[in-house]
Design a protein around this ligand. Structure first.
Ligand SMILES: Nc1ncnc2c1ncn2[C@@H]1O[C@H](COP(=O)(O)OP(=O)(O)OP(=O)(O)O)[C@@H](O)[C@H]1O
Ligand SMILES: [Mg+2]
Length: 460
């Protein structure tokens, strides 16, 4: 869908396909996304002045915060990255600059744009690959070369290809065979670029070099010429590899980089998870990096600054930040004031109960119940869920969430897994059977676990 059509209402509709409830949060992110489109359509001068309205999503664990942000990014192909804010406070990350998130985002965007570009040159690449393969299948014969030399004119230039019609027609015949798949079982030997393995260099590069925006692996890699390797392959496989190589060659990396950076600057989304973990007093911190320190480090990026990446400078002014946190012991107002101002929109997500669980189990495009039905179908086993079963599962999830820790919709995963444990194991031997899962079945599978508190602590 083009972003022109992505009105807030449409965005919410799209999110509704995956996330149940949480209407306020959906509305807020929909408006934020639309505002970006609006900003791109006002005069460039004013557009520069309009800053994104960053959002804080507040809500308990497992109620859809991450899911909303992730689905949002997919809607308009925005480069999207999810970061745990708390990781910047950990001992191992002392001094690790928060700018690395922007570098990661650019890296991701380059990957996205590159594969799009490769897709758009696919036809051309396939043609070139076909020619390369035909060259291998039908190398110019030595005698014919001599003939060509003989008929070369006085200036030493050979005559045009029409003068050797025989070879050409054999080639076209072969091309036809190739396209008709008549050569599919033949083997050919082709030269392919060797995949470089540089395991040792990996160790160096993770030790903080990336923070300088350098890619040691690539630098060292470029010192050695690209190695070629002969491989014996079946024709279709060879074609695929050659197409891949041709596609890489056809893509203009400079253009890719430019587009990728622009996309990050104009429509990047950074999802800052666990923002509540960098809020609050520093008394209990010990060796960890001070939380307020992390907030200060974040500030310039959120406020807009220029980050140096290995693809060039990236301005962060218009990147949309969506923060999320449970904020059970703290409040957004405990953030340093500068940061609060940069997150003007606050939305609360509701904790989920039985009614929501029933819908989550069945309605979303990727609903758990649909997943299990399809998975078992691959084994030739037809499972169906009765309505009372769904209700019983939702009820159990609510009960366990109340009694133990409330982990929201994630509880459904553990419960479904236990519920279908037996069928999952035995399915291959049950080919052709039909299993109806009703409330009795749910009770039979789950009651023993649910009633035993110790057991449920481990299993559910
Ligand atoms: N409202 C919802 N509708 C549909 N599915 C949901 C909903 N809430 C949660 N889920 C499912 O539960 C899982 C966990 O949700 P999600 O990752 O969004 O949790 P979260 O709110 O980010 O929690 P945390 O604070 O622990 O990060 C997801 O896989 C998602 O599919
Ligand atoms: Mg999350």
């Amino acid at each position: 869908m083009s972003s022109d059509d992505l009105t807030p209402r449409k965005i919410v509709e799209k999110l509704d396909q995956y996330i149940i409830g949480q209407h306020k949060a959906k509305r807020a992110v929909a408006i934020a996304l639309r505002n970006r489109w609006r900003r791109q359509n006002v005069s460039a001068e004013l557009g520069e002045e309009i800053s994104p309205k960053n959002i804080i999503m507040i809500g308990p664990t497992g109620v859809g915060k991450t899911e909303i942000a992730r689905r949002l990014a997919k809607l308009d192909n925005s480069p999207f990255i999810k970061i745990e804010a708390s990781k910047f406070t950990e001992v191992g990350y002392v001094g690790r600059d928060v700018e690395s998130m922007v570098r990661d985002l650019v890296e991701l965007s380059v990957g996205m744009v590159k594969s799009e570009e490769q897709g758009s040159v696919r036809t051309k690449a396939a043609e070139l690959a076909e020619d390369r393969l035909l060259d291998v299948l039908l190398p110019p014969k030595p005698q014919e070369k001599k003939v060509m030399d003989m008929i070369a004119d006085g200036n030493g230039t050979t005559l045009p290809a029409e003068y050797v019609p025989e070879q050409e027609s054999t080639r076209e015949k072969l091309r036809r065979f190739l396209r008709e798949g008549r050569l599919d079982s033949r083997f050919v030997e082709i030269e392919v670029n060797e995949v470089r393995s540089t395991p040792m260099i990996e160790i160096f590069s993770s030790a903080g070099m990336e923070d300088m925006g350098l890619n040691v692996k690539e630098m060292l890699g470029n010192l050695f010429p690209q190695k070629k390797k002969k491989r014996r392959l079946k024709v279709p496989e060879a074609l695929e590899i050659l197409s891949e190589e041709e596609a890489q060659r056809l893509v203009d990396m400079e253009k890719v980089t430019r587009t990728a950076i622009e996309r990050v600057e104009q429509s990047g989304i950074v999802f800052l998870d666990e923002i509540d973990k960098i809020v609050g007093s520093d008394q209990t911190q010990g060796p960890d990096v001070s939380r307020e320190g992390v907030q200060r480090d974040l500030l310039p990026i959120v406020e807009g600054s220029t980050v140096n990446t290995r693809y060039g400078m990236v301005k962060t002014d218009h990147i949309l930040f969506i923060a999320a946190g449970a904020f059970s012991a703290t409040k957004p107002s405990d953030l340093i004031p500068e940061l609060q101002g940069r997150f003007p929109i606050r939305v609360e997500l509701n904790s989920l109960g039985k009614e929501e669980f029933i819908r989550i189990l069945t309605e979303p495009h990727n609903a758990l119940v649909k997943q299990y039905i399809e998975m078992m179908a691959t084994e030739g086993v037809r499972i169906t869920f009765k309505e009372d079963a769904i209700a019983a599962i939702a009820e159990t999830a609510t009960l366990v969430n109340d009694r133990m820790e409330n982990i929201g919709a994630r509880r459904l995963y553990t419960i479904m897994e236990s519920l279908l444990d037996e069928i999952s194991f035995e399915a291959p031997e049950m080919k052709g059977q039909e299993v109806v899962i009703d409330a009795d079945y749910v009770a039979k599978q789950l009651d023993a676990i649910v009633e035993d508190e110790d057991l449920s602590r481990y299993i559910l």
